[in-house]
Design a protein around this ligand. Structure first.
Ligand code: ATP
Ligand code: MG
Length: 728
């Protein structure tokens, strides 16, 4: 296959770029990711670069997987040696080889948000702070921001001097680091910043990787934070044939799609790239290959309201296409019902498959109602984000067993399971063992092994010893030939009696939990199967799981409607996109609407731009007049972003259409879409959406309303943010 075929001249220029820094700054859907993959292929085929000298970095495993696939289709088996991976996976691989230089052992554990929270709770207690007043989250955010900026506990302490609040954070940070280190554990931010530290302190290790990764490529560069910038910057200098220093670094991104500021992303990284590397070649791509012109016009109209941006406008050779659909509903339930019914109607008519649809919303909490309605309509779907399989209690318990077996230094895991299932080891006993561990500078598990010598736990030593023996016997078995991870998980299930207890419970909930555990057993089987050359190992399995971002649960071959937050949708594309909950206070979010930080509003607007530009063929915007928030009915006006889209690009859907056309005739074309929604008084009383015929027999808005109020009150919706996003 000709690698240059089907590229436009600017894309071709970028693909052919050989050495030195290259910046591709371009709008959504202009082929940035495509250029990256073609350039990898071109480097190998035409410039004879060795595949293992190439490193391609992205943010999600899904994006990395897609990139690898695209390269594979261009290159066949040579693609196997290219490192195409996320920042985090790359760093894990580097640390697994070299972390001993930083005083950790190579079998380190990776803590997820939940583990961090548990640890932070302990630290708050340890610092004698009132847990009602001091929330784990606040401390975790402060620490995480510090790590994003590569600020060490010592530096933080210095900066905090005189600021009481920050001094507290500093103390917590120091203690947090100490405990992580003692547990031989790293949190997610550590993966990047420990790698940077490793490189800074060990020039020989850095040099090895500089020579290994002679060509580095980064997708979605606009969302890199300071730590990631440093990492790339350190890696990207290699020696040329004549001993000269080369920066073979190619970054692609779109300043209009920078949406991770709250997670430390630094938009300056992309805006100042040319300053960091004066010899940079800059290439701009403007032609969009994804969407129709109407969709692009809407995206351009919204984003041009941002002050801080490099001006660019997307255009396409595609036809104008459908107008943007807009509907306002009485409630969020009506919104979800109608969308589910519409998807059912379109798929039933054979015009599209389920997988052609995506429903995008601002926060994860919004997904639940859509789930209900999709289930009612028999529509297969998958939520990307909120219901993370690995966050479920029974799965976390099983994983804690596995982690304990793998790394007994991981106190959090050991404490999680010491009484699961119940073994009658009391809290006082656990406290005494904890104190002993601190006093003797050993791990909690190490203290358990010595429980015969601990004062005040005599009555429990029998129970503790049998727990320790259980873990030790798992360890021994795992070392036997022919005994695999699949045997281990089954033995854990049997020996602990975990599933048996659930069976005895005999409730729907318990059944669900058993199914989840069965799914974990399946996961282990598929992990073992996926290990071609490498030996399957417990550490390998745990690592794979620790790195599974939620988007990875998506199985491409499945024909499913996808639901996700706008943040998760970055880089993806779908023929039909529903942007839902378009209300001021929902999207843009409450903080942006009520606060007076223009930067915050601009970030929300970029998110809207990301959402609009995911659509290839049809884009539908919708809002509700009322919805429950925190258990109370709240009323909302349509999003100001709807307002920013010119009226002539919008098509109102629903029974109010006739009336709409009349009022539209009376007034000149200068009013906005939101004015247009307000203009129709009758819509205040009647649902404005016309149901597709398919759903006509099942739809009864009044009956539905009663049910929905109950459900809402019971749900106690929490504003979960995307778990991919750690601060929120
Ligand atoms: P985003 O900003 O959303 O990440 P992007 O700039 O990375 O978008 P791609 O995902 O690479 O854009 O491309 C968008 C779509 O356009 C893809 O379906 C891609 O295959 C297609 N495309 C890109 N360039 C061309 C081209 N020259 N000819 C035909 N199709 C193209
Ligand atoms: Mg892309």
């Amino acid at each position: 296959m000709n690698i240059l075929e089907g590229l436009n001249p600017e894309q071709e220029k970028a693909v052919k770029h050989f050495q030195g820094p290259l910046l591709i700054l371009a709008g959504a859907g202009s082929g940035k990711t495509r250029v990256l993959t073609h350039r990898i292929a071109f480097l190998i085929n035409e410039y004879r670069v060795k595949p293992w000298n190439i490193l391609a970095l992205t943010f999600t495993n899904k994006a990395a997987g897609e990139m690898r696939e695209r390269v594979q289709s261009l290159l066949a088996e040579q693609a196997d040696d290219i490192w195409v991976s996320t920042f985090h996976s790359t760093c894990v691989r580097i640390l697994r080889r070299n972390i001993e230089a930083l005083g950790y052992s190579r079998s380190f554990t990776i803590y997820d948000g939940d583990d961090q929270k548990t640890l932070m709770r302990e630290i708050i207690k340890f610092l004698n702070l009132d847990p009602k007043k001091y929330k784990e989250r606040t401390f975790m955010n402060a620490i995480s921001s510090a790590k994003d900026e590569l600020v060490s506990p010592e530096e933080y302490e210095k900066m905090a001097m005189g600021d009481h609040q920050k001094e507290l954070y500093a103390r917590a940070y120091r203690e947090y680091e100490r405990r992580l280190h003692d547990a031989n554990a790293l949190d997610f931010d550590d993966l990047i910043c420990k790698t940077v530290q490793l490189f800074k302190e060990n020039p020989d290790i850095l040099e090895y990787y500089q020579n290994r990764f002679k060509y580095i490529m980064v997708d979605e560069y606009q969302d890199t934070n300071t730590a990631q910038f440093r990492l790339i910057h350190l890696l990207a200098s290699t020696k040329g044939d004549n001993g000269e220093t080369l920066h073979n670094l190619c970054v692609v991104g779109d300043d209009d799609q920078s949406i991770y500021k709250f997670r430390g992303a630094n938009i300056k990284n992309i805006l100042n790239f040319e300053n960091s590397y004066p010899e940079t070649e800059v290439i701009k791509l403007e032609e969009n290959y994804r969407s129709t012109q109407n969709i692009l016009d809407a995206a351009n109209a919204v984003i041009k309201n941002n002050q801080v941006r490099k001006d660019k406008a997307l255009w396409t050779q595609h036809e104008k296409g459908d107008l943007i659909y807009l509907s306002q509903f009485d409630s969020d339930y009506d919104e979800a019902s109608s969308i589910a019914a519409a998807i059912a109607a379109v798929t039933r008519s054979g015009q599209a498959d389920y997988k052609d649809f995506a429903i995008l919303y601002r926060t994860n909490a919004q997904s639940r109602i859509f789930e209900e309605k999709l289930v009612t309509n028999n529509i297969p779907y998958r939520i990307v984000g909120a219901v993370n399989f690995y966050q479920r209690k029974e799965i976390k318990d099983m994983l804690a067993y596995l982690r304990t077996i793998e790394n007994g230094l991981d106190d959090i895991s050991v404490k999680r399971i010491i009484n699961v299932p119940k073994r009658g080891i009391g809290l006082t006993t656990i406290d005494r063992i904890t104190s002993y561990a601190i006093e003797h500078e050993t791990s909690f598990y190490g203290a358990l092994q010595n429980c015969d010598y601990i004062d005040g736990v005599k009555r429990s030593t029998g129970k503790i010893n049998s727990f320790v023996n259980l873990i030790e016997s798992f360890k021994r078995h795992l070392e036997m030939d022919g005994y695999g991870l699949d045997d281990l998980i089954k033995e854990i299930i049997d020996e602990t009696g975990y599933v048996k207890l659930l069976e005895e419970e005999d409730t729907e909930e318990a059944k669900g939990r058993i199914e989840n555990i069965e799914e974990l057993v399946n996961k282990i089987a598929s992990y073992i199967e996926s290990c071609d050359d490498e030996e399957p190992s417990l550490s390998g399995f745990l690592e794979e799981i620790a790195l599974v971002a939620d988007i990875d649960n998506v199985d491409e071959s499945n024909d499913l409607v996808l639901l996700m937050t706008l943040h998760s949708a970055k880089g993806l594309e779908f023929p039909y996109v529903y942007l839902v909950g378009m209300e001021d206070g929902i999207f843009p979010g409450y903080m942006a609407v009520t606060g007076d930080d223009p930067e915050e509003m601009e970030e929300e607007r970029r998110l809207c731009y990301v959402g609009i530009t995911r659509a290839k063929k049809k884009l539908s915007l919708s809002c509700a007049k009322a919805r429950f928030r925190n258990g109370e009915m709240q009323f909302y006006r349509p999003s100001r972003f709807i307002d920013e889209i010119p009226r002539y690009l919008i098509k109102q859907t629903g029974p109010a259409k006739q009336q709409t056309t009349q009022s539209a005739k009376k007034t000149s074309g200068s009013y906005s879409a939101a004015d247009f929604l307000k203009m129709q008084p009758k819509m205040q009383q009647t649902p404005i959406y016309k149901k597709p015929d398919a759903a006509a027999t099942t739809w009864n808005p009044l009956a539905e309303k009663k049910v929905k109020q109950k459900q809402h009150q019971a749900s106690g919706i929490g504003l979960l943010d995307n778990p991919l996003i750690k601060k929120g």
